[in-house]
Design a protein around this ligand. Sequence first.
Ligand code: GDP
Length: 457
Amino acid sequence: MTETIAAISTGLSNSGISIIRVSGPETFQVMDRIFRGKKSGKKLSEQKTHTIHYGWITDGDEIVDEVLVSVMRAPHTYTAEDVAEINCHGGSLVTKKVLKTVLKQGVRLAEAGEFTKRAFLNGRIDLSKAEAVMEVIRAKSDLALKNSMAQLQGNVLKEISALREKMIHHTAFIEAALDDPEHISLEGFTNELKTSIIEIRERLYRLISSAENGRMLREGIRTVILGKPNVGKSSLLNVFAGEERAIVTDIAGTTRDTIEESVTVRGIALALIDTAGIRSTEDVVEKIGVEKAKKAAEEADLILYLADATNEVTEEEKEILSLLVNKKFIVLLNKIDLCEEPDTSVLEQLTGQPVLCISAKKEEGLDALYDTIEKMFFQKELSYNEELYITGERQKQSLQDAYDAMGKVLDSIEAGMPEDFFSIDLMQGYESLGEITGESVDEDLVNTIFREFCMGK
Ligand code: GDP
């Protein structure tokens, strides 16, 4: 029998409320034992589905917390099982105490991702949706979030299902014709099939490319451009981005907030973050930018440190550069177009590494910068975040397999093979795409994927 499981579904911070989700066949029996309602004498197990009830969680005589409990009955719930969600007070102590009370009733602590796994196993969502849920939880930027949301709404599923349907349709037609040659003719079919397979392949190719882009959105190397105000950070960002996204002005410290932009350099994805320069200041607005810059520098995979060739290196800058020890960084001397003989010696001495001379305005010296980034990447000094790599990679591989299978169908057509040869590769394509929607995956793979989820989801 399916076990009843529970977990804290919200983060364990000092939030106003926390939610503990309970799911499984015993949900309401368990809740009846630990919930005392304020108003009606009715037990939760007798309440209507999709209703919410005020009362207390009790452990014997002890009142653990004042709560609101949502009653949601199978099958219209997140997991497609009976679900209760206990809205209790936030703060890790109280939340954990409520969870402990639930677990004391023989409920098992849910594994990471287990609620979503159940939703999938109970047929409520397909695998691409389940993976999208995970992406939503993890989405680092609005753009990635938007992308995941679209996937959650089943865009991937729709497209892939359509392609699968075509493959199965062709196979069925071939099989039927071979079974019943008197009534179903394969006359002219090969040409028709060829046109269709070429189209399917093109659509698969587009999906593969988009899987590539999706990966970049989520995982670009987090790159921060650092430097004093007015050294040309926004200008450099604009060069990378190829459009006027950041606002460039002459007033010191205008880049008040951070901007994130996904760009590729020689095929390597960078998530560029423009920040206010790090400096001591009393200006409140500016300070927020400074704090953010410090934080961003901590989280960055790569720092592009920008100095102004028309100015001396200041004490402030020395301080900033000292923040970069143990970081991957590239030092850039900007505005060399305004300078006869840019002096890199001070910066080189301070950082112990070569300084690249550029002009963001004239777009000079950028090749050397791109070369350096490329070199760092291929020497594995910089890398994508491994953790986020897997799901997109898995989908991409399945797409690639399907694409290859369609290539084989085309080969067989070219070689004038008999029709029943086509169906083997068509079915291979069908199976490969099924791996994305979860219609043909083995259990190990399912488990691997769901282990990636956060607790309580
Ligand atoms: P930020 O405040 O550090 O982001 O710097 P901005 O990108 O806003 O640039 C400050 C000013 O320097 C602007 O007027 C830019 O046009 C100018 N600037 C930036 N890069 C260069 C460069 O390479 N050469 C010259 N001549 N001016 C530059």
